[in-house]
Design a protein around this ligand. Structure first.
Ligand SMILES: *Cc1c(COP(=O)(O)O)cnc(C)c1O
Length: 487
């Protein structure tokens, strides 16, 4: 069957044999906990229901790797929450006000004012996405012998620190290493370990980073107390403290919900307090700023800012646009404030949690507590009959697509297995996870119910899931292009 674009709309194929309206209707899940969406829908984008037969073909063509499936053939796309948000009418309106002047754009002034207002940092440098901010920063501060501690480095952060020759050191708290354990702030930094490191190696550490929320630890938040303590230790040794703040608004919401003393504090005030403990930050605006592209750095150190701006001109553009269009800066300025609205954050984190709760109620093994942007399924526990050498997480992504046209991402043995250089023996990662990342303001509660039904149905018949073997793998980052077959 050819791709969707050449199949006329209204063709019988579209509604034919759609699994969720056929064999899943017998499920009775508790779906009462979804907060209502705090928006009305003004424009819609058609998504396509494929037949099982078509999905089977797409899987074969894709070598059973969901990265290779065209988005037209996906019904609910939970591959990532990055750059996939729906913009508001205000943001679309702001786009029309973009000032595309090469230098001194009015849109930059609005953007700069918003970032300063929320973070309090004096110098604001726009970039086209988060990893460029990381590249600017770590190509400047990193070199062999240097150590960058972080609660947990996100993968692009890790890559940029490593590319400079520096060591990316993760210092998560012990609780982060146990997926089933409940703890309100599993994203925290191990402060005693940081103190110990700085007492011995102060001169090797040009900067301490803190990722909020802690993406690689399952979107888990960091408490204000932990941020304050980390800041205190950094000050004690005179080391600058920077936030990797892609999901800072979701983190501030969890502080409001879970930490004593913050129940009545407005979210924007919690954000201002958070940033007040640091010396700078960088952000992938594709997350909590509710835009499809963008990022920035902000800091108080004028000399460092000047160095980074000079580099920016080399690789991104003039410091008042930094690889973005004026209209993008307008959309970020508006999105930064929308991302801090309590109604929005209540709905946002509540939708993710409600999806997780439906799975927990049916005993599907997930990382707990449910994080801010995604539900992580423990694939080893989900399909214990599939060994890590046969990619249980990939088997689950295949089942989700085959049964319901849902795209999730494997974060496990396909992504992270290391091979011993001498013996060639495979070393499998501790966790084999499948992430259901929820785009912001894009899918309704009904879509989430649909995802839960499909997942529970697969869980109930999990014994029929099959492992996979590789037929092609690239030498690096193989998960993006790998091809497989079912065993
Ligand atoms: C997404 C992300 C980045 C990288 O940003 P891009 O915009 O994808 O380049 C860095 N850190 C964290 C915590 C992120 O979530």
């Amino acid at each position: 069957m050819p791709l969707g674009s050449v199949v006329p709309h209204g063709s019988a194929l579209f509604n034919d044999d759609f699994v969720l309206t056929t064999n899943l209707s017998s499920l009775t899940l508790n779906t009462m906990n979804f907060p209502p969406e705090p928006f009305r829908i003004k424009t819609v984008e058609r998504i396509r229901r494929t037949s099982r037969e078509e999905r089977e073909q797409f899987l074969k063509q894709a070598g059973f790797n969901v990265f290779n499936i065209p988005s037209d053939a996906i019904f609910i796309d939970l591959l990532t929450d990055s750059g996939t948000a729906a913009m508001s009418d205000r943001q679309w309106g702001a786009l029309m006000q973009g000032d595309e002047a090469y230098a001194g754009s009015r849109s930059f002034q609005r953007f700069e004012a918003a970032v300063r207002d929320i973070t309090g940092f004096a110098h604001v440098i726009p970039t086209h996405q988060g990893r460029v901010a990381e590249n600017l920063l770590f190509s400047t501060l990193g070199k062999p012998g240097v150590i960058i501690p972080n609660n947990t480095h996100f993968d692009t952060t890790h890559a940029n620190v490593s590319a400079s020759g520096a060591l990316a050191l993760d210092l998560p708290v012990e609780e982060a290493l146990h997926p089933a354990l409940e703890h309100p702030f599993k994203g925290n930094m191990n402060v005693p370990a940081l103190d110990d490191l700085l007492s011995k190696k102060r001169t090797s550490v040009p900067l301490v980073a803190m990722t909020v929320t802690n993406n690689s630890a399952g979107g888990q938040p960091v408490s204000m107390e932990n941020i304050r303590e980390t800041s205190r230790v950094c000050k004690k040794y005179g080391v600058p403290f920077f936030f990797d703040c892609a999901r800072y608004a979701e983190n501030c919401w969890f502080i409001h919900q879970r930490e004593a003393g913050y129940e009545n504090k407005p979210i924007i005030e919690i954000a201002r307090e958070l940033f007040s403990y640091g010396d700078g930050c960088w952000m992938s605006s594709k997350k909590d700023a509710l835009v499809n592209i963008g990022g920035f750095l902000a800091m108080n150190d004028e000399t460092l800012a000047q160095t980074l701006k000079n580099k920016l001109i080399l690789i991104e553009g003039f410091p008042t646009y930094g690889g973005l269009a004026g209209r993008d800066l307008e959309a970020i300025a508006a999105g930064l404030y929308e991302g801090l609205e309590p109604d929005y954050l209540d709905y946002r984190t509540g939708q993710v949690r409600a999806l997780g709760d439906m799975l927990i109620a049916e005993n599907v093994p997930v990382v707990r507590p449910i994080g801010g942007h995604a539900v992580f399924i423990d694939a080893k526990a989900f399909a214990p009959h599939i060994p890590q050498s046969q990619f249980p997480g990939v088997a689950l992504t295949v089942a989700l697509y085959r049964e319901a046209g849902i795209r999730a991402v494997e974060i496990g043995s396909l992504m992270f297995t290391e091979k011993d250089a001498k013996t060639g023996e495979a070393k499998y990662p501790e966790l084999d996870l499948v992430r259901l990342a929820i785009p912001r303001r894009v899918y309704t509660s009904s879509h989430m119910i649909c995802v839960a039904e499909a997942t529970v149905e697969i869980f109930r018949s999990r014994k029929t899931m099959r492992g996979l073997r590789l037929t092609y793998e690239a030498p690096m980052l193989r998960h993006f292009t790998a091809r497989m077959e079912e065993i």
